[in-house]
Design a protein around this ligand. Structure first.
Ligand code: ACM
Ligand code: ZN
Length: 543
């Protein structure tokens, strides 16, 4: 069903409800939702949401949606909304509509109440996120509002892309469970449905693995951290280090807690365990995992490292499969990401075990040794009901038809994957790397990589160059927050916002993007960021 999209400001919304005591916060006259809904039909009048508005949960599995509405109640009125068994005047009704697809919803606000129909609880949850943006932003966090006005309208909406992701690198810098949950709250507001958690890298191992305690006892701590710009391998006395030992990891109980918190927000968590590269923290913990058996330190600087897992030894596979077995148990989602990026083969070439593996498997190119390893891990994961994702390097040589490719070195990897029938997620550095600077000038924090302003993020077309048949294989898009130079949660939010609001229009509203209109709408979203206490690049609105 297509509706006409009304983008006019909501002029002269009727405002009534001054009767009674307490503060009534009027609608501000502007209709501005991000990501842009598929259709918006405005109607006359408005509805006044109050602490007395009951929620009617008429849909199985929608309790998390009711709890999301409770949080709206707490932010506005200082208390959750109450429940009712049947629709009554002024109620917020959640109900299933089988005509709507999985993540689709229809939100109708009338003077009598709010009706949320959805194909699944996830769709109803997205309707609540839209509702949050229809409420007066200033009312959020007040906690003492008596009534908040919402304009009457009907929104029918669904995402263009089924995968809408954000990756957090918790290895280069560690973020606490509480911070990860606050990040998940931000993702939920933007209708992101996947949280990719980068849990291991050269500079720290961040997930408890019961079978291998040294990974966290030893591999989670580096003795110092490079804080100046990385000169690319030539380290001398001009490099500045923070000499404080740096560490942190998540216990399995904490992982389960985060996964449950995400599920409550209809966000699937994808764990990433890097293999065979980006492995120094593992090799430092168990030196027999490397080709030479040398004892290393957990890495203190950035960039690519030659010291990688030895795929020649069976003990390496026994290790990584035991790790993945615990990981597969902890994360109920369908995917496990095994990294696969930036794996130099320097050590393999001089290793008798790797050379023997090449001979015994009939491999003729060194890259095939990585292909062999990836395919072996994929079989292991598939046997546990999981699908493998890897960065686009796993396409080099040969990849199985069932691996999912995360395209980061441009979109070429994703295009190649789609053309050969592999599913792909587009996350190219040029449009999706939020560790890059979003502005230039004094006061901008040190950042990794290039320059990625918000208008460039907005301009991203993940399906450019693909036929309609090939586009079917592009699952969606993802923003990546690598954290070499992002050491705290305030800075993390600054790098994420507002760019996430631009990227999510590509994921959710690809067929209706409009930069000028987005600029108008993002100004209202900013007021909600303010009310929620989010840190964002405020000066981008100053022009
Ligand atoms: C990557 O940025 N190395 C995936
Ligand atoms: Zn080796």
């Amino acid at each position: 069903m297509r509706h006409i999209v009304l983008r006019t400001a909501l002029a002269c919304a009727a405002w009534w409800g001054l009767a009674g005591c307490g503060r009534t916060v009027p609608a501000d006259g502007e209709l501005a939702v991000i990501p842009q809904p598929a259709s918006v039909g405005l109607a006359e009048g408005s509805f006044l949401l109050s602490a007395r508005s009951p929620i009617v949960v008429g849909m199985e599995g929608a309790e998390p949606v009711a709890r999301a509405l409770d949080q709206v109640g707490e932010a506005l009125f200082g208390r959750p909304l109450r429940r009712a068994d049947s629709p009554a005047a002024g109620a917020v009704v959640l109900r299933r509509d089988t005509a709507l697809a999985g993540e689709a919803y229809a939100l109708t606000v009338s003077p009598e109440g709010i009706d949320i129909a959805a194909g699944s609880p996830a769709g109803a949850f997205y309707a609540v996120q839209t509702l949050r943006q229809l409420l007066p932003p200033e009312a959020f966090g007040a906690g003492d509002v008596r009534r908040a006005e919402i304009p009457c309208l009907t929104i029918v909406d669904e995402p263009c892309m089924r995968y809408r992701g954000v990756m957090l690198d918790a290895a280069r810098h560690f973020f606490t469970v509480d911070e990860v949950k606050r990040l998940l709250d931000i993702l939920a507001l933007h209708k992101i449905n996947t949280f990719h958690w980068h849990l291991t890298d050269d500079q720290g191992w961040r997930i408890e693995i019961r079978k291998y305690p040294r990974l966290t006892e030893f591999g989670s701590v580096r003795t110092r951290t490079l804080i100046g710009r990385d000169p690319g391998g030539e380290y001398d006395e001009t490099c500045r280090f923070d000499e404080t030992p740096y560490g942190g990891f998540y216990t399995q109980q904490e992982i389960r807690d985060v996964v449950a918190y995400a599920a409550e927000r209809f966000i699937t968590v994808i764990p990433e365990i890097e293999f065979p590269g980006h492995a120094v923290s593992a090799l430092a913990s168990y030196p027999w995992l490397g080709c030479t058996g040398e004892q290393y330190e957990v890495r203190q600087t950035w960039d690519i490292d030659d010291r990688v897992y030895c795929p020649g030894k069976e003990t390496t596979f026994e290790f990584i499969e035991n790790v993945l077995a615990e990981v597969a148990e902890l994360f109920p989602g369908p995917y496990v990401h095994i990294g696969g990026d930036e794996c130099p083969m320097t050590y393999w070439k001089g290793c008798p075990h790797c050379r023997a593996r090449m001979r015994s498997e009939g491999l003729t190119h060194w890259r095939q040794l990585q292909n062999y390893s990836t395919a072996r891990l994929e079989r292991f994961l598939n046997a546990r009901g999981k699908q493998l994702i890897g960065w686009d390097e796993i396409l080099e040589g040969e990849v199985t038809p069932t691996a999912t490719i995360m395209s980061w070195r441009g979109t070429e990897g994703g295009i190649r994957a789609a053309r050969q029938g592999n599913y792909a997620i587009m996350s190219p550095g040029t449009y999706c790397y939020f560790d890059h600077a979003q502005a230039v000038g004094e006061g901008e924090p040190l950042s990794w990589g290039g320059y990625l302003p918000v208008d460039k993020v907005y301009a991203f077309d993940p399906c450019a160059g693909l036929t309609p048949g090939e586009r079917r294989f592009i699952l969606g898009v993802q923003a990546n927050l690598w954290t070499e130079y992002i050491a705290d949660f305030d800075h993390l939010q600054y790098m994420l916002l507002p760019r996430l609001s631009a990227l999510v229009e590509t994921a959710w509203s690809l067929d209706r993007k409009d930069w000028e209109d987005y600029r108008r709408r993002v100004d209202r979203l900013r007021r909600l960021y303010d009310a929620c206490g989010y840190n964002y690049a405020r000066h981008l609105w100053a022009e």
